[in-house]
Design a protein around this ligand. Sequence first.
Ligand SMILES: Nc1ncnc2c1ncn2[C@@H]1O[C@H](COP(=O)(O)OP(=O)(O)OP(=O)(O)O)[C@@H](O)[C@H]1O
Ligand SMILES: [Mg+2]
Length: 644
Amino acid sequence: MEVAVWLRSLGLERYEAAFRENEISERVLPSLTQEDLKEIGVGPVGHRRMLLEAIAALRADTGDNAPSANLAVVSSAPNVSPEDRAERRQVTVMFSDLVGSTALSTRMDPEDLREVISSYQKSVAETVGRFGGFVAKYMGDGVLIYFGYPQAHEDDAERAVRAGLELVAAIRDLKTHVALQTRVGIATGLVVVGNVIGSGASQEQAIVGDTPNLAARLQGVAEPNSVVVAEGTRKLLGSLFELEDLGPQKLKGISGPTRAWAALRPASVEGRFDAMHASGLTDLVGREEELDLMLRRWSKAKSGDGQVVLLSGEAGIGKSRLTAALLERLATEPHTRLRYFCSPQHTDSVLYPVISQLERAARLAHDDTAQAKLDKLDTLLAQSSTPREDVVLIAEMLSLPNDGRHPTLELAPQQRRQHTLEALRSQIEALAERSPVLMVFEDVHWADPTSLELFELIVERASSFPLLAIVTFRPEFVPPWVGRPQVTLISLNRLPRRLSAEMIAHVTGGKVLPQEIADQITNRADGVPLFIEELTKAVVESGLLVEAGDRYVVTGPVTPLAIPTSLQASLLARLDRLAPARDVAQIAAALGRQFSHELISAVAAVPREQLDDALAQLVRAELIFRRGTPPDAEYTFKHALAGC
Ligand SMILES: Nc1ncnc2c1ncn2[C@@H]1O[C@H](COP(=O)(O)OP(=O)(O)OP(=O)(O)O)[C@@H](O)[C@H]1O
Ligand SMILES: [Mg+2]
């Protein structure tokens, strides 16, 4: 397990299976070589480098008596060199504490107590590690954890809350001398990340700012076995979780009342886009041609000539928005709608999008008994006259225990997998025989391999059914289906200036922004709708403007726009994935939006080969564009936001 946690902390969880198959244990990890990594199947040079650096950090550590915790601490900071800089970044901080530990210490034998604390700490490290969290510090029974440092993920706030909920359950279920309870506090904010202090087991990443203090104070007001979330974190969660408003809290060391929320459980939402837009969508601008094309494909599909539309584009370009527009246009037409959402936290979780679709469709509730769940599933599957054996396979896939109502199937694992995929495919085809089916596979770049296999089966046979499948993904995913007769590829481009301006007006509700500010937004957002939306909202909420009739006027001097909280995580995540190239990215950013190979070679004190490698990585990650070949190349930052 530790190796898996270590890989996750580096953002390289995709190699978990390969490491497992090659029996790479925690013990052999420090001795892995470049050749070994190749043999394991780590293809990209960038990934091999990241792994080698992290392995070197493991070797450098002289070890102590808490190997698992130590592994998490040292290895999660692979790119932090001793002379490392202080850095401002957004981090979601979690503070976890054991309830009643003082009472425990008076009641228990010190040996037993040590054992209890140690299994608690281990459980915390394991749970948060699964979600990409980083254990920064153990303070007796308190644990300080970062989400967003050293590795940012675009969904760090969500990860923290999921980890918090699972942590509470894991500690409650721990088999120790006494029953344990924990409290968790979570807060998000800009912090300054400082140098590495100490070495080995005492190594620590210092974060300076109010956020850790706020997380600790919120933990203090949490009920035992509960997770309390700060307002700043809540804003990033949309309606992903069921929350209870705890009202304003007076917290020690924090001025004024602070709003706090208890996170109860994940909500049953249809994907991240819906969760973030529960209060409504910005009116659609542009995209008429794309929408027309999709509607034409739907007409074809309805007549029995099934179709697949691949919708590709960078983060925030509007894939989900366009899909929502299509769903809205078809709302009054009779059809069956099936929506599958892949998630960055579940890239290795077998059939995750399919399982969650079925759980939603059958309306399984968290407090249903196993029997009630089976009843609901039976009702759902009866609608498509699912054969008995298929119902059994699907119930097993949902991990519902067979209460004796179904026969048990004697199948080898490989057979079971194959039969399950077939059962799912024929269930969809049975639905399509009743009424046209509109399937949406969202964010397939995060699909687990088994789900991809199912999507493949469906794409392959789509043309024989009244079925339209919309598949959305970011450009890092290369779909194997392009070129087939039933498949249409749409690549979404950035919005032209005219439409950007139109979109700003929609976001402000028609109120006109001062020209200077509207221009700044248009320039910096550079045609990416997500950036237009978030920058506009941030300006309107900043207090810089006041309403005057149908327009906004400025109340003070206009300064360059800051990057809004909602965008910090996704921009940082992209930079962190490129850790080895990050220094070069930072130097480049200082040179401006455009820079030449000649200039950056002169400024960056890095050997030529390393510099070219780093630039190539930034190009591959679509952070910069290149024109020409080095040494005559010219580079441009793709986002005006990234180059700042
Ligand atoms: N053409 C458009 N008109 C109005 N709003 C838009 C348009 N395109 C996108 N938006 C808005 O911009 C934001 C980002 O769009 P969306 O979430 O659809 O991007 P995406 O391509 O699905 O990104 P991701 O890869 O992160 O899923 C959303 O709030 C969306 O409503
Ligand atoms: Mg989307």
